[in-house]
Design a protein. Structure first.
Length: 227
């Protein structure tokens, strides 16, 4: 269950991000380094790395990661978010009403769709994933100038879970913030666990292990020239 009742955009923020935020290449600052992650896995009875999960929606994660964050971001971060949110289940629904692979509230989806009128239904994995990644991009933009690279992205993950306001509060409580670690202790327990879970999913896989993947559904195949 989400700590905040809505991933929706506050009224002022909704207007502000639509006026100021437009997708553009973020560049190499988000070439995130998975070699430095040491978070403990939260769940021990399911696969522990993002590559162990179904590849069914990988084309969507690749496409919309590149569209909204540029070509230098590892798209698997967004797949790891989806694993943490729903275990890639398009039928998932929280008690607060968040839906789909990326667990978005319908009103959040509708607000995001103002800038993306070509999106279809929130329950379609393609559009749910597109919206989750685009929403992550708007959150990332709100942390401009606060931290950089990996740390700025970790603030984005925390904001996706707890809301920007709650993370800004934790940021304000911490003195001399130089990295995400400096504010981690001020975040809610659920949010710390959420970010840790995503980090653990992105840990490098030993070379001798073979990823467990599923066949791509032909009906879900995506081409780079489409929406």
């Amino acid at each position: 269950m989400r700590l905040h009742q809505s991933k929706g955009l506050q009224s002022g923020a909704g207007r502000a991000f639509r006026a100021a935020v437009r997708p553009r290449c973020v560049g190499a600052v988000l070439l995130l380094n998975t070699q430095t992650l040491h978070a403990e896995p939260m769940i021990k009875d399911v696969p522990l790395r993002v590559d162990d999960y179904s590849s069914k929606y990988d084309d969507y994660f690749r496409l919309y990661s590149q569209r909204y964050f540029g070509p230098f971001v590892d798209w698997r971060w967004f797949k790891a978010m989806a694993v943490a949110e729903s275990l890639l289940n398009p039928q998932a629904q929280s008690v607060a009403g968040a839906r789909g692979v990326m667990q978005l509230l319908p009103r959040t989806f509708d607000e995001l769709r103002v800038d993306n009128p070509g999106w279809g239904n929130i329950h379609a994995p393609r559009w749910n994933i597109a919206a989750g990644i685009y929403y992550s991009y708007t959150l990332y933009q709100q942390w401009s100038g606060a931290l950089h690279g990996n740390d700025r992205f970790l603030l984005t993950l925390a904001s996706y879970n707890a809301g920007v306001g709650r993370v800004r509060y934790a940021f304000a409580l911490s003195k001399h913030v130089r990295s995400y670690k400096d504010i981690r202790h001020s975040l809610p327990v659920e949010t710390r666990a959420y970010v840790d879970r995503i980090q653990s999913l992105m840990q490098p896989k030993p070379a001798e292990e073979t990823p467990v993947v599923a066949e791509l559904d032909p009906n879900e195949t995506l081409t780079a020239g489409s929406q």
